[in-house]
Structure formats: C-alpha cells, structure tokens
Design a protein around this ligand. Sequence first.
Ligand SMILES: [Zn+2]
Length: 276
Amino acid sequence: MRVIDFHTHPYRPTDLAPATWQFITSISPAVKKYGDRLNDPHFVADVLRADGVDHAVVLAEHCPATSGNVRTETVLEICSIEPDFFLPFASVDVNTDPDPAGLLRSYIDRGVRGLKLYPSYQFYYPNDPRVYPIYELCQQARIPVLLHIGSSVMPGTRIKYCDPIHLDDVAVDFPDLTIVMAHGGRGFWYDVCAFLAAHKPNVYIDVTGLVPGKLLEHFPDLERMSAKVVFGTDWPAMPKSVKFNADTIGALGLSDAALRRILRENAARILGLPRT
Ligand SMILES: [Zn+2]
C-alpha cells in the first residue's frame, strides 16, 4: 500500500544542535547510506517514493534552546522543489519569536500545510494562553497542529510540558482545530493519548517514534480507533526504513480498512489532499 508519511525531518546537519545531529547519525541507516546526497530534495523524494511514500510532511524545528533551529523558510524552500510530494509544516516559538502569531500568519500566506509545536524543547504547556492566538490562526486557516507529545532523550528537554492532559483544554477551546499528538505519549502516556483520540473528535495520534511491532501493546484498541491514527516515521531519524515500518504495521492483523485509514486516508483528510 502506498502511504503518506505525516512526520519527516529535513536533512540539515548544520541547523541542528550537535547532540541532535550525533543522535541522528548514530541511528539512521539513510544518513549512513546517502550522507550529503540528502541535501537534494529530488533525491530525497525519490528515496521515499521507492519506499512506498506518496507524500511526506516536512517539519521545521525552531527550538534554539535545545534540539536545533531549522526555520520554516528553509522547509518552504525545500518543499518548493518537489511541491507535489513534500508538504511544509511551520514552526514558531512563543518564548523566542517576538510575534509568533504574526510570523505564523506570514508562513500560512506562503503556503504551509500545518504547524509543529515542540512543548518540551520550547518550554511551555500546550494550554499556555500565549499559544492560543496561534491555535486560533490554525483553526481559521483549517491547518492541523502537530505537537511533540511523549518522552525524549535529547539534552535539555523538559518532558513535563508534553503531558497530553494539557491538550484537553485545547481540544475543548478549539473544537474545529485538528490536533495531532506526535509519538502518542511515548513512554508513559499512551492511555491518556488513546482516551483523548477516542473521545475528542478533533484529536489524533501520530505513531512516529514508536516501535511499529509494539503498537498493539501501546494501543490495544488500535482497530477501533483507526480513524484517529496517522502514520509517521521521523525519517531520516529512524532506525529502519519507512517501508519496514509500514510493512510491520501491515502485519499486525488489522483489517484492510483500518490499515488504509492509518497509513493513508486519515492523513489525506487532515492535510486536505484529494482522496485516491
Ligand atoms: Zn520528529
């Protein structure tokens, strides 16, 4: 089955913190195999297409205090080179951008398809009132917000900000905003994420960074909640390949309809892509 990868990162060694880059090079077969050839967006798109991917979300990462500083402008530029394949997501930071909402407005005008927030790397709770104007803009523009929700081993990260319970407020206060929890609460919040995704119409789980063969351990009701789960990988910061992860999920014993929803259809709907 051809898939949509809801969660990839651009190859930007010099924009990342040394520890982040060291971590990626230590785990990524793609970085080991291709190295700086990954600077070419055409090459990256071809690698991912060969792995069964039809579209890939590319995430900016504006976390100057911790993991790195891949600005949205960079991601827009990369995506413009393969516009039918890559979908740019913006990143703004309420702690370091003087006018994060104004900045996001400019990125929306330039065509971003969503926003990535990194509460544990940017140091705020998702229901911080300072983030509300940003949610308001995303809701108006009908673009999803993807938040890092789960543990992380990067130096300087403050995991407390990623407790998914804080999204309960956001889901209630912005009923027309699509909220996607990247990593599904990895480590110790799987049940909270599953509850939110099951009971809040606008809340989803992105399975990036989870061992695909263990998804049913984390989410025993995966079949029943398959309309609320999207496939993502963190590529190239992943230990296997996109195809390996998709095939492993394909072998979990889920129905064909559930698999289609998780690997493709839910992401297409959230991203406003035509159904195929
Ligand atoms: Zn990621």
